[in-house]
Write a protein that binds this ligand. Structure first.
Ligand code: ZN
Length: 115
């Protein structure tokens, strides 16, 4: 499962970060995931629950924020919100656009209370 390996690498990054701060547990983790990242949020949530067991994240609250995908029309440069790769430009109906936002997967913040 794709999301499981993503969850594992997220946990590795967070554990590394917690270690740097001499923290034994992380209270909260906020992730940002673009709607065009190819990641199924529900699947990632499920995978995270499995992967955080017995790590510094085992009691952490995990928030996942979705980033809306934005495309730019190749013809008229209009920016519009898109949900797939095949949405035509709402202004000129041109079929080709470039996704400029919404493919990201990143750790927005790692919250550690006390040490
Ligand atoms: Zn256009």
């Amino acid at each position: 499962m794709h999301e499981l390996s993503i969850a594992q690498s997220i946990v590795e990054i967070v554990e590394e970060e917690a270690k740097k701060q001499n923290a034994t547990s992380v209270n909260k983790l906020i992730l940002e995931i673009g709607t065009m990242s190819g990641i199924v949020v529900e699947a990632l949530e499920f995978a995270m629950e499995e992967v955080i067991k017995n790590t510094c994240l085992s009691n952490a609250k995990i928030d996942i924020e979705e980033i809306k995908a934005i495309a730019v029309c190749e013809m008229c440069q209009t920016e519009f919100e898109t949900f797939d790769l095949y949405s035509p430009c709402p202004k000129c109906n041109h079929l080709y656009s470039n996704i400029i936002k919404g493919k990201e997967l990143r750790i927005k913040s790692i919250v550690i209370f006390g040490k």
